[in-house]
Design a protein around this ligand. Structure first.
Ligand code: UTP
Length: 277
């Protein structure tokens, strides 16, 4: 069983300026819960109770969020307001949180390599918390992927069909069908122009990675935008037939962009807010 999940949360969040000037993007609330807490809850549900946060400068609020706030606890102890802390208390009790800082933002691949000391030599999940994934009527996306890992024991990326006009914002896969909703990846390209995209299947921010990925990333030169790209490292595994792409059950909102964030807020308010967790 996979017990650890990596959360790269060191990015600048430029698409959300000025909100993200002094506040981490991952702390933006969708209704009343920060993005990163949704991600952590999804990981814990999948059995990945050991949450490894790759943070950066100015991201201390994330570490504080997963710790007790003594002053606040003392202030509202015994009052009706205590109920508002129940959800996060439960997360803190169930999870173990470790942190490492990425000193320079050299890309997602580099962020993942920075997390290696927290993960070690075991398969692990990765959550990009600006992708909010919800599946009200069944297991979360990471739990679905963890179940697949038990069966296939290889790296798995979550994919969804996106309009071709959007494809140049994503890592894109091509491959051969393994079974319904599951593709054995043969090719992965990061942010291809529309006419070079091998399919309309875009990688979103959920992964299961086998630990050899660390060595592969170490040997991967900087790619697009001069950043060490996870997609390039996965392409190496894919050439050996060791990556599956999974079309998950559920919804995904791109909360790193303003329209996606607003859509997520409306959805959560309508379907989750004020209803039992
Ligand atoms: P993004 O490119 O979506 O995030 O990276 P960003 O850089 O924060 O956002 P914009 O584009 O400037 O608005 C995907 C994920 O990888 C993390 C980010 O925090 C985000 O969760 N990341 C990216 C790192 O942790 N370190 C990096 O060097 C790059």
């Amino acid at each position: 069983m996979i017990g650890k999940c990596l959360f790269p949360v060191a990015g600048y969040g430029t698409r959300f300026l000025p909100a993200t000037k002094s506040m981490p993007k991952e702390m933006l609330p969708v209704v009343n819960k920060p993005l990163v807490q949704y991600g952590v809850e999804e990981a814990i549900e999948a059995g990945m109770t050991n949450c490894a946060l790759v943070t950066g400068r100015g991201k201390r609020a994330i570490a504080d969020h997963f710790d007790i706030s003594y002053e606040l606890e003392h202030q509202i102890s015994g009052s009706s307001k205590e109920q508002y802390l129940e959800g996060i208390r439960d997360v803190i009790d169930r999870g173990v949180f470790t942190m490492v800082r990425q000193r320079e933002m050299l890309g997602l691949g580099h962020a993942i390599l920075t997390g290696e000391p927290l993960i070690g030599a075991q398969p692990f999940g990765v959550v990009l918390s600006d992708d909010l994934c919800l599946n009200r009527d069944g297991p979360g996306v990471l739990a679905q992927m963890a179940a697949l890992y038990e069966e296939f024991q290889c790296s798995i990326v979550a994919v969804q069909e996106v309009p071709m006009s959007e494809i140049d914002k994503y890592g894109v896969i091509a491959g051969t069908p393994e079974r319904a909703g599951l593709t054995r990846v043969t090719e992965m390209v990061e942010k291809p122009p529309q006419d070079e995209a091998p399919s309309n299947l875009a990688v979103i921010g959920r992964y299961i990675l086998t630990p050899d990925i660390f060595d592969v990333i170490r040997n991967t030169p900087p790619g697009r935008n001069g950043e060490v790209q996870l997609t390039d490292a996965l392409q190496t595994q894919a050439r050996e037939g060791r990556v599956l792409a999974y079309q998950f059950e559920g919804l995904r909102f791109d909360c790193g962009s303003v329209p996606g964030f607003v859509e997520a807020t409306q959805h959560v308010y309508e379907h989750y807010y004020g209803k039992d967790d």
